[in-house]
Design a protein around this ligand. Structure first.
Ligand code: SAM
Ligand code: SF4
Length: 321
């Protein structure tokens, strides 16, 4: 079992399989980066899998594939199948913008993927165009329907932004509720890559807005999920991801791996250690030592919004959010 210096069990690995993306979301990658990581620096799926095996053997029981946009990486279903075949009980999930999901959902489900989180910030085509930099909405919605049809469990992430999509919070919630999908509202996290001038909504503002439409009660946190849940009168639950809150990191159980092989103990900080050389050489012992060291050095908490804020220079599309 992997336990950090604050007695938190680390059992969740997020793998960003590519930093590339087909969207240009204002809060994440509004411009194409000056350069992409050269293809030869990316770990192959075979190399990533060598490390995944180490992680599973050490106690990781939940793996999320993310990016950039993970569906841009060829043969993703084969990577998912490698993990599933090694340990079918792994909670195997993916976060995607769903643009390419319609044609891939069945293949991914057959490979062993169990759940997906889809980012839906709006239900208006022109707002989707403004947020993502291209006309994406229909493909995204078709992707969601297909995922539900093939039996994937779907959650939805929305980043509410004032003057952009904040008037659609209830619409997105209702869209999710009618499809039995949990929606989680994510507080916008400032970062140096985002478009200037974005004004996100904090948890209290979101709750006041929702309270004008619904009655709900606070259910607290659900296990190690970063989401704070609320239950409405009819039993539907929605979540808010509130990294600016003081107790956000208390239950943190995750580490992140980039496509280049950097293992990151906390999204907020720059610190990372590379497993690239060891997995390329097949040196599994060293990879396991790096894993343990990264878990040991996991910081107690992030400092989003603190006076001493000095956020990681790594972009969300690199770390996988
Ligand atoms: N491309 C996929 C997607 O958009 O779902 C996966 C990668 S994306 C980096 C993962 C999650 O991070 C998405 O739900 C996105 O909304 C969220 N995200 C990205 N930048 C963010 C920011 N500045 N503040 C809050 N959430 C952010
Ligand atoms: Fe791409 Fe996801 Fe970032 Fe949007 S949030 S730019 S879809 S990686």
């Amino acid at each position: 079992m992997l336990i950090d210096s604050y007695d938190r069990v680390v059992d969740y690995l997020r793998i960003s399989v590519t930093e590339r993306c087909n969207f240009r979301c204002q809060y994440c990658m509004p411009e194409k980066p000056f350069s992409w990581v050269p293809k030869e620096n990316l770990l192959t799926f075979e190399e990533l899998f060598e490390f995944v095996k180490v992680c599973i053997d050490e106690g990781i029981n939940k793996i999320r594939i993310t990016g950039g946009e993970p569906l841009l990486r060829e043969d993703l279903d084969k990577f998912i199948k490698m993990i599933y075949d090694y340990e079918p009980s792994i909670d195997l999930a993916m976060t995607t913008n769903a643009f390419l999901l319609k044609g891939t959902a069945q293949k991914l489900k057959d490979a062993g993927l169990k759940r997906i989180n889809v980012s839906i910030d709006t239900l208006k085509p022109e707002v989707a165009l403004a947020i993502a930099g291209k006309d994406v909405l229909q493909n995204v919605l078709d992707g969601v329907e297909e995922a539900l049809k093939v039996g994937l469990k779907v959650k939805v992430n929305m980043v509410p932004m004032k003057g952009m999509n904040s008037d659609e919070i209830v619409d997105v919630l209702e869209y999710c509720k009618t499809r039995n999908m949990t929606v989680r509202f994510i507080e916008y996290m400032e970062n140096q890559y985002a478009k200037a001038g974005i004004s996100g909504m904090k948890s209290q503002e979101l709750l006041s807005h929702l309270a004008q439409h619904y009655k709900f009660e606070d259910e607290g946190f659900d296990g190690s999920s970063p989401s704070h849940y609320f239950k409405m009168e009819d039993g539907y639950r929605f979540g808010i991801i509130e990294p600016y809150e003081d107790d956000f990191c208390k239950q943190c159980n995750r580490i992140r791996l980039t496509a280049e092989g950097f293992l990151i103990p906390c999204l907020y900080f720059d610190e990372a250690m590379s497993i690239a050389e060891s997995v390329k050489k097949g040196d599994i012992k060293t990879a396991a030592l790096v894993l343990k060291e990264v878990v040991r050095t996991k910081p107690e908490k992030n400092r989003w919004g603190g006076d001493d804020a000095e956020v990681s220079s790594r972009a969300f599309y690199e770390t996988g959010g």
